[in-house]
Design a protein around this ligand. Sequence first.
Ligand SMILES: Cc1cc2nc3c(=O)[nH]c(=O)nc-3n(C[C@H](O)[C@H](O)[C@H](O)COP(=O)(O)O)c2cc1C
Ligand code: SF4
Length: 422
Amino acid sequence: MEKVLTAHFANERYRRMDTYRQYGGYDALKKAIAMTPEAIIDEVKKANLRGRGGAGFPAGVKWGFLPKDLSRPRVLVINADEGEPGTFKDRVIMTRGPHLLIEGIVISCIALRAHACWVYIRGEFVREARIMDEAVAEAYAAGFLGKNILGSGFDLDVTVHRGAGAYICGEETSLINSLEGKRGWPRLKPPFPASVGAFGLPTIVNNVETIADIPWIVTHGGETFAALGVEKNGGTRLIGVSGAVNRPGVYELSAGVNLKEIIYHHAGGIKDGKALKAVIPGGSSTPVLRPDEIDVSYDIESMAKIGTMAGSGGVIVIPEGTCMVRALSVLMDFYAHESCGQCTPCREGTGWLKKIVGRIEAGKGREGDVELILDLCDNMLGRTICPLADAAAMPAQSFIWKFREEFDRHVGEQKCPYGNRF
Ligand SMILES: Cc1cc2nc3c(=O)[nH]c(=O)nc-3n(C[C@H](O)[C@H](O)[C@H](O)COP(=O)(O)O)c2cc1C
Ligand code: SF4
């Protein structure tokens, strides 16, 4: 099928401006300069482009939330934090095709009438940040960034800003605080970033992949992009497959590809000829699936119908023989560590989930512990400033709903029936 992002990723030089341009790079920008901002937004709406950062909000609709009043400058912030365990696709765009992102940024800023953009990149991504810095410098030198871009009268400055490696800084309001030099704590909404965001200015926060799709949409038209996916979820998406598969990696596939096909065809099936035990479909916070549930279209709506999410596109494949209590315990350690601590249900809830799942795993589980976990989850979901508490509670609930017998056996036998194997 048509590749929107990865067609030239095999070419090591594609990250350089000259090679990018040989493949038609920055032609979409030239086209966009001749369009009105409204016409660009219209194409993005027609494209059914859903945000690729996790929540899947329609990009064109989000852009429409900026206030009409143009007296205050507007800002675009690119979320390149990519902290969700199991998700590793944005870094591929930044290392293999940084100019796709930069071209997408310039076009998006024309559409948003924004003259400043920050790319907030995860601190650990040292190489990605270096490549982005080089590409931004190339774009300035070629006149695609800076003052009077291509003689259009449009000015734009892009700054690559490095975070310091906190998962919570991927949440958009926390990211904004961190960008402003404050503690990376999520903000209460409203006000939403579209009215009061970075530095108090109207702000749009978008994921790397979302914005990297924009040049293709402008070149080929929103409807063509929409047709690559399914109804309400247009285009392709980058799907990172990790865990026990023969060919782990990042695949660009239609938004409506079948999840079973992703695992058994594209990723080459389960390693060592093992059977499949479970799949975490869209990054570590998304509810786990059993093997009989994976014959499903990987689009946002179809995944929601079966009680889970395509999320940030990170498919984690778990083989037979894995202890699901241990797997959940590892996840709970992560969320307890990453809670910012502002909200009691999250600070206390993630701490207790870690403690209780940990003691069940260690063979010290008590009668009633499994119910206690479910009760804790009920008291966390939807009760906090940001969705990190939900991100911990959703996998905890789903692991118990789908693999209850394993939790009960751990408590009953006071040991791990799998020899604590992960
Ligand atoms: C705890 C937490 C971590 C997040 N981490 C990321 C991230 O690393 N990258 C990202 O794009 N979105 C992340 N998000 C989602 C962002 O808040 C936001 O929805 C997204 O950047 C919007 O971009 P999009 O509309 O293009 O998807 C995270 C959300 C939460 C609650
Ligand atoms: S839910 Fe957790 S991470 Fe989010 S603001 Fe509250 S305490 Fe912080």
